[in-house]
Design a protein around this ligand. Structure first.
Ligand SMILES: C[S@@+](CC[C@H](N)C(=O)[O-])C[C@H]1O[C@@H](n2cnc3c(N)ncnc32)[C@H](O)[C@@H]1O
Length: 292
């Protein structure tokens, strides 16, 4: 099922309304209201240090409806790249630590990647850190509860609310078990706390077992994210054998297929409009390496 439709269905479950696209229906009213929240969210991202209002329920809904699908596609493309290098999989259970997971598009991507490329993985165990973990948990559950097929791995998730710049989270995490670390689309949200967060990130990678895979990705357009990515890469040089180095050029993921799956209701309600278009192309920079 197209992901925009899936995101809308999850939203309807959370709002407790029917998927009814008639003008004036409760779903259409929710969509129109959340469309306005999407504008507030964009303004939050456009500040020198982005401060998106994730503590607001409508802003979270706007994030999911607007970004879950393109970010899932971005993660799918990166995982496709890594799949050719056969970095993932290999055992029945895969333990993954996710930093700044939000509603979890990277996990939707990983689960389908495993389903198609690594049938040997039957259990996917997630430990996720996010400053707004409590608030996102409901969305993660609504979006990932419904597997795309019965062939994919089973999924369990532990959601931990913590600030990555405060190192206490490292002790909460069972990082010995962790075979994959994912951090997607969150680097631009660090302001002056970046050096601390980077230090804890490096501590996490230091403690990983040999062969663990680290993947950090963000949008190329964000200068702050690209700067942090290179800076993080330099600090991980001794720890990781690079599959993709921080200085590699950005990749453009053409994602036209996404647009076909947008439910009509998202246009007619005004959630998307000619001025507020869905994302179609995500120039991405990412680093990926294997713990030496
Ligand atoms: C843009 S969202 C990305 C979510 C998801 N990874 C994705 O690709 O859609 C950024 C996430 O990082 C989290 N975050 C930002 N700064 C953080 C920090 N210092 N500590 C913990 N989480 C943080 C936010 O709460 C938010 O859920």
């Amino acid at each position: 099922m197209a992901s925009y439709r899936k995101a809308l269905r999850a939203a309807c479950r959370i709002w407790g309304v029917d998927d009814d696209p008639e003008p004036g229906s409760t779903m259409m009213q929710h969509l129109a209201r959340v469309g306005s929240a999407a504008a507030t969210l964009s303004r939050g991202y456009n500040q020198p240090t982005p401060q998106p209002p994730y503590d607001d329920a409508d802003a979270r809904a706007a994030y999911v409806l607007r970004y879950f699908t393109p970010y899932r596609r971005m993660a799918e493309s990166i995982l496709g790249d890594l799949g050719r290098a056969r970095l993932l999989g290999g055992s029945p259970a895969l333990d993954v630590c996710v930093l700044g997971m939000g509603p979890g598009p990277e996990i939707a991507a990983l689960r389908s990647h495993l389903e198609y490329r690594h049938r040997e993985v039957t259990t996917l165990r997630i430990q996720a850190i996010d400053r707004h973990a409590d608030a996102w948990k409901q969305w993660f559950t609504a979006l990932l509860d419904e597997p795309e097929s019965s062939r994919g791995p089973s999924l369990t998730a532990r959601h931990m609310k913590a600030d990555l710049a405060d190192g206490a989270w490292i002790h909460e995490l069972d990082s010995n078990e962790c075979r994959v670390v994912l951090a997607m689309n969150m680097l631009n949200e660090f302001g002056s706390s970046w050096p601390k967060a980077r230090e804890h990130f490096v501590d996490l990678v230091t403690g990983l077992q040999q062969g663990a895979v680290v993947i950090v990705g963000d949008q190329y357009r964000s200068q702050q994210a690209v700067g942090h990515l290179s800076n993080l890469g330099e600090h991980l040089d001794d720890l990781l054998e690079w599959h993709r180095h921080p200085n590699d050029p950005a990749k453009d993921w053409a994602a036209h297929d996404q647009l076909n799956g947008i439910p009509e209701a998202m246009w007619t309600s005004g959630f998307f409009s000619p001025d507020r278009r869905p994302r179609t192309l995500l120039p991405t920079k990412y680093i990926a390496g294997v713990r030496r």
